[in-house]
Design a protein around this ligand. Structure first.
Ligand SMILES: Cc1ncc(C[n+]2csc(CCOP(=O)(O)OP(=O)(O)O)c2C)c(N)n1
Length: 643
C-alpha cells in the first residue's frame, strides 16, 4: 500500500534534490522521512527500529557526500530504509521485501547508490576499504568512502580485521560507528563497555566537538600545520580520556562521540571530516527506534515487529480459535532447557541471536550455562569446541546462512577433533522476506561432505526434540540439526524424549509406482501433495530420510528394490544436497534404470518472498510435488481403488 510522503520528501527523488534545500530545512526532512518509514513499515512490515535510529545520519550523509560517486556502504543494511527512500526508491518503498518488490537490504543490482550488497553483518569496513584503496590506485583522490557500522556489527572479528588493515592503508576512509548500545538484543562484550566509558567521559566530551573542526581548518592551510595539530590532538585526547583510545591505537583518527540525532551538527562534522585525509572513525550516539516511543522503549521487540497499528502501537498478530503449533525456534528454546535440567553438561551458545533462536529462554533460566557471544559465528563455533574438549555438550545455535561464516571452524576445530558439538541450524531453507542473503540453502551440501559429521533434519517438532535428545548423548561427535523458520505442525509437541538411531529414516506412508524421499520439514508439503494425489488415484509412497548423513542405507536399498521412479524433495540446494546424496548411493550400489527427479533449490540465488511463494517458484510446494508425481506416475483407476 502506497502512502503519501511529506511536503519536502515528496520533492526528493534523489540526493541532488536534497542538496537544493537549506540546512535549516533538514530537520523537517528528517521528520518527514521518519514518518514515512513509520507509515510504510507499519502496513508493510520489515525492519523498523534500526532505520528510525539513523534518519539524521542518512540525511546528513546524503547532504554532504556526493553519492553515488562518493561510496557509502551500510553494514547489514537493515537500517538503510531511509537511504533507499532518498535514492530513487521512495515510490517503490511500499514493495519492500515483498515477492517481486525491492529488497530489504542494499543491493548493487537495484541501485547505483547501493554500493555493496549486504544482509550479513560486519562487512562494511572491508568493502569500503577495498573501494578506498581502488580509488587511491586510480588517482581519484577526491573520492570519499564511508562505512556506517553499528556497535553490534563492530563486535565481529571481520570488523576488527578490517580496522587492523585500514590503519596501515593511508586511504580515504571514514568509518561511522552508529552506537545505539543494541544489536537485535542488547549488545554484549567488552567493546560495548569501552564505548560506554568514552561516551560518559566528561572532561573529554567538553572538548571533543572542536577537534574535527580545528584539524580540518589546519589541513587546508598545509601539511605542516596539519602535522602539528595532529600531535597536539593526540596528546590532548590521551590526557583527557585517561587511557589510550582503542581506535587510535589502530591508527584511526577518532572523533566524537557526537549526538547522531542533531542533523545540523552532523552536517558540520561530516563536512570537516571530508577534508581530513586518512582513516577516520566518527563515533555517533543514536537511539534505536528514535521518534517512535514504543520502539525506543522496547528496542528488541521493535527491531522487526511485523505489521502494527502506528497510532496505538498494537502489533498485529493473526488470531486463531484453536491452539496453533509452535515455532521451531521455540521448540528448541524450551527443549534445550528441559534437556539441560537432565544433563548438567549441556550449554547453549548463540552469536547475537538470543531472541531470534529463543536461546533467550535458557539465558534467563540458566544464565551461567547460556552465552550470547556477539555477532561472532566463527568464535561461537570454536568457543563451543573449547567447551566440548572439557567434556561439556554445547548446543551452538546459528542461523543456517550465518553458519557459512564459520565453515573452517566447523571442519578444523570441531569435526577433525570429533568433538561433541551440536549445531542447531535455525532458518534452514527459505528465510522468507530477508531474501537471498538469508536463505539457508546450502547447509546440507556443505555439512554432508565433512567427515565425522552427522547431518539431520526433523520433519516436525517431536523429531526436533528427539534429535536434540539423541545429539546430547555420550560420544555423538559433531551433530547438525537443521530446521526452518516459522511454525511446525504439531499442537501436542511436548512429548517425552526418545532417542532416534543415528542414520535411521522412516516410512511415512506406503505406496506404489513412485517413491518420494524427503528430508526435514518440507516433508509436510509431501504429505499435503499425497492427500491431493490419493484423491486423484495416484498412490506414491513417502519416506522421511531424517539424516542426510549417514544415509539410511537399508531404507534406500528397500526403496530402490521396489521402485523405479523416485522423487527427492529438500528445501536446500539441489547441487550437492540430499537428492545428490541419494544419486551417489544409487551409483555406488549399482542401481540403474531408475528414474530420479530431484526437487529443491535450483542453482541460482532466490530472491525474497514468503516461504510458500518461494517453494512454489522452485516447484517443491505441495502443488509442485504433486505435479511431478503426475508427470512420472501411472495413474491408477480411482474406481479400482474404491472397489
Ligand atoms: C553474520 C550475521 N550474523 C547475524 C546477523 C543478524 N543481525 C542482523 S542485524 C543484527 C544486529 C546488528 O546490530 P548493530 O550493528 O548494532 O545495528 P543496529 O540494529 O543496532 O542498528 C544482527 C545480529 C547478521 N545480519 N549477520
Amino acid at each position: 500500500m502506497q502512502v503519501p510522503a511529506g511536503n519536502l520528501l515528496q520533492k526528493i527523488n534523489y540526493p541532488s534534490d536534497l542538496k537544493l534545500l537549506n540546512e535549516s530545512e533538514l530537520e523537517q526532512v528528517c521528520q518527514e522521512l521518519r514518518q514515512y518509514i513509520i507509515d510504510v513499515v507499519s502496513v508493510n512490515g520489515g525492519h523498523f527500529a534500526a532505520s528510525l535510529g539513523v534518519v539524521e545520519l542518512t540525511v546528513a550523509l546524503q547532504y554532504v557526500l556526493n553519492t553515488p560517486y562518493d561510496q557509502l556502504v551500510w553494514d547489514v543494511g537493515h537500517q538503510a530504509y531511509g537511504h533507499k527512500i532518498l535514492t530513487g526508491r521512495r515510490d517503490e518503498f511500499h514493495t519492500n521485501r515483498i515477492h517481486g518488490g525491492i529488497s530489504g537490504f542494499p543491493k548493487r543490482s537495484e541501485s547505483q547508490y547501493d554500493t555493496f550488497g549486504v544482509g550479513h553483518s560486519s562487512t562494511s569496513i572491508s568493502a569500503a576499504l577495498g573501494m578506498a584503496v581502488a580509488s587511491q590506485y586510480k588517482g581519484e583522490t577526491d573520492r570519499q568512502h564511508v562505512a556506517v557500522i553499528g556497535d553490534g556489527a563492530m563486535t565481529a572479528g571481520m570488523a576488527f580485521e578490517a580496522l587492523n588493515h585500514a590503519g596501515i592503508e593511508n586511504s580515504n576512509l571514514l568509518v561511522i560507528l552508529n552506537d545505539n548500545n543494541m544489536a537485535i538484543d542488547p549488545n554484549v562484550g567488552a567493546l560495548k563497555e569501552y564505548l560506554t566509558d568514552i561516551t560518559t567521559s566528561k572532561p573529554y566530551n567538553r572538548f571533543r566537538d572542536d577537534i574535527a573542526h580545528v584539524l580540518a581548518k589546519l589541513s587546508s592551510i598545509g601539511p605542516d600545520a596539519f602535522k602539528v595539530a595532529q600531535k597536539l590532538e593526540k596528546s590532548i585526547k590521551g590526557t583527557l580520556l585517561k587511557r589510550s583510545n582503542f581506535f587510535e591505537a589502530l591508527k584511526f583518527r577518532y572523533f566524537g562521540p557526537i549526538d547522531g540525532h542533531d542533523v545540523n551538527h552532523l552536517v558540520k562534522v561530516l563536512k570537516d571530516l571530508r577534508d581530513i585525509p586518512g582513516p577516520k572513525l566518527l563515533h555517533c550516539i543514536t537511539v534505536k527506534g528514535k521518534g517512535y516511543a514504543l520502539a525506543e522503549k522496547d528496542q528488541t521487540k521493535w527491531h522487526a515487529p511485523g505489521l502494527f497499528d502506528k497510532i496505538t502501537g498494537e502489533i498485529k498478530k493473526a488470531k486463531y480459535d484453536k491452539p496453533q503449533p509452535p515455532k521451531y525456534q521455540d521448540v528448541f528454546g524450551h527443549s534445550i532447557i528441559e534437556l539441560a535440567e537432565q544433563n548438567p553438561k549441556i550449554m547453549g551458545i548463540t552469536p547475537a541471536m538470543p531472541s531470534g533462536c529463543s536461546l533467550n529462554l535458557m539465558m534467563k533460566a540458566m544464565p551461567n550455562r547460556a552465552f550470547d557471544v556477539g555477532i561472532a559465528e566463527q568464535h561461537a563455533v570454536t568457543f563451543s569446541a573449547g567447551l566440548a574438549t572439557q567434556g561439556l555438550v554445547p548446543f551452538c545455535n546459528i542461523y543456517s546462512s550465518f553458519m557459512q561464516r564459520a565453515y573452517d571452524q566447523v571442519i578444523h576445530d570441531v569435526a577433525i577433533q570429533k568433538l561433541n558439538v551440536v549445531f542447531c541450524l535455525d532458518r534452514a531453507g527459505f528465510a522468507g522476506a530477508d531474501g537471498a542473503t538469508h536463505h539457508g540453502a546450502y547447509d546440507m551440501a556443505y555439512m554432508r561432505c565433512i567427515p565425522n559429521m552427522v547431518v539431520s533434519a526433523p520433519m516436525n517438532e517431536e523429531e526436533l526434540r528427539n534429535l536434540m535428545f539423541t545429539a546430547q548423548q555420550e560420544n555423538m561427535g559433531p551433530f547438525v540439526i537443521r530446521y526452518p523458520r516459522g511454525n511446525g505442525v504439531m499442537v501436542d509437541w511436548q512429548r517425552p524424549f526418545k532417542a532416534i538411531p543415528v542414520g535411521k529414516g522412516r516410512k511415512v506412508c506406503d505406496g506404489d509406482d513412485v517413491a518420494i524421499l524427503s528430508i526435514g520439514a518440507i516433508g509436510n508439503e509431501v504429505v499435503k501433495a499425497i492427500a491431493e494425489l490419493n484423491a486423484e488415484g495416484y498412490n506414491p509412497a513417502h519416506y522421511d530420510l531424517r539424516f542426510v548423513k549417514p544415509l539410511d542405507e537399508a531404507l534406500l536399498h528397500d526403496v530402490f528394490k521396489n521402485f523405479n521412479k523416485v522423487i527427492t524433495v529438500e528445501d536446500g540446494c539441489i547441487e550437492g544436497g540430499a537428492g545428490t546424496a541419494v544419486l551417489e548411493f544409487m551409483a555406488d550400489n549399482g542401481y540403474t534404470n531408475i528414474q530420479v527427479k530431484r526437487l529443491g533449490i535450483p542453482d541460482k540465488f532466490i530472491e525474497h518472498g514468503d516461504q510458500p511463494e518461494l517453494w512454489a517458484d522452485c516447484g517443491f510446494d505441495a502443488n509442485g510435488i504433486a505435479r511431478q508425481v503426475r508427470n512420472m506416475a501411472e495413474k491408477r483407476n480411482v474406481n479400482n481403488i474404491a472397489s
